[in-house]
Design a protein around this ligand. Structure first.
Ligand SMILES: C[S@@+](CC[C@H](N)C(=O)[O-])C[C@H]1O[C@@H](n2cnc3c(N)ncnc32)[C@H](O)[C@@H]1O
Length: 267
């Protein structure tokens, strides 16, 4: 009897916390930025990994609220696309984190109708992976084993600053490959932009004389190691990554819940 009362109290506490945080978060610019990034995708599942325990961490609870807003938005888009169908289609949500408590699981399953499961097999093109602040080693395993297409998770380029390039590639080859594709594309775009905005010198009869580039003899120049990324063996050829800039604004009630995030479309 006492256990049942305690359980009901805990459930009510989680429901109140969820409702309150959902109300606060849905007014945030970060939500609008994320929804506009995922607006074009056509999926039937959301797989959420590494959320953390919502009964312990308020960051995890805010991340759960974002999951709910994302799922509602995708459901709305899905049903608008399938207006002609007689039956409503519902996005299915599957979650896993080994730290989930009994209380967390009850809340996801009873209150939100989400499924808690360690194993998940699905056609990757119909799944949005949501993995906020996910450990890079497990991120690599998910890429290798599940070959996701749509990912809302950590900005992988941050690891290129954290690890030397050779270490990053040898330990997390798919994360490093995606990072390389993203940074190469950003470099190309910035060169293109520079070329477009470069001001042509006026045709006033004067000639610009370039300073001679006298190289110092015998100077030692560091040559970074050349890494063969073996892109031909990867399951993808290209990636479009959008950083969730508003997530880095921590001056909000959700603090660092959405920092260093990006949305990737992998092909
Ligand atoms: C850095 S924490 C992030 C927690 C929370 N999302 C946050 O931002 O505060 C990483 C989470 O990944 C979870 N995790 C570790 N291995 C996992 C696995 N194989 N599958 C799913 N989640 C895992 C951990 O239990 C932990 O909750």
């Amino acid at each position: 009897m006492i256990v049942a009362i305690r359980q009901m109290k805990n459930e009510a506490r989680l429901q109140d916390s969820f409702k309150e945080k959902l109300r606060v978060l849905q007014r945030g610019d970060v939500v609008q930025e994320i929804l506009s990034n995922i607006s074009g995708i056509d999926v039937l599942f959301v797989r959420c990994l590494g959320l953390g325990s919502v009964s312990v961490s308020y960051l995890a609870m805010y991340q759960l609220c974002l999951l709910k807003l994302v799922v509602d938005y995708l459901n709305q888009n899905l049903n608008e696309r399938n207006k002609e169908e007689s039956e409503m289609v519902e996005i299915k949500v599957s979650l896993w984190d080994p730290v989930f408590s009994h209380e967390d699981k009850e809340f996801f399953e009873n209150h939100l109708k989400y499924t808690v499961e360690e194993e998940f097999k699905c056609d990757p093109s119909s799944v949005l992976y949501y993995m906020p602040h996910f450990p890079v080693s497990i991120f690599e395993s998910v890429l290798t084993e599940e070959k996701p297409k749509f990912i809302l998770a950590n900005d992988l380029t941050a690891y290129a600053i954290k690890f030397p390039e050779t270490k990053y590639f040898s330990q997390y080859p798919n994360c490093a490959r995606l990072t390389k594709l993203i940074t190469n594309k950003a470099k190309e775009e910035s060169v293109e932009k520079e070329n477009c905005t470069a001001v042509k010198p006026p045709d006033d009869g004067f000639q610009i004389v370039k300073k001679k580039n006298r190289k110092k003899k015998n100077s030692l120049v560091y040559q970074p190691p050349v890494i063969d990324y073996g892109f031909e063996t990867a399951y993808f050829k290209k990636v479009k990554s959008s950083i969730i800039r508003e997530g880095n604004n921590t001056d909000n009630p959700w603090s660092s819940a959405f920092t260093d995030m990006s949305f990737m479309v992998i092909d």
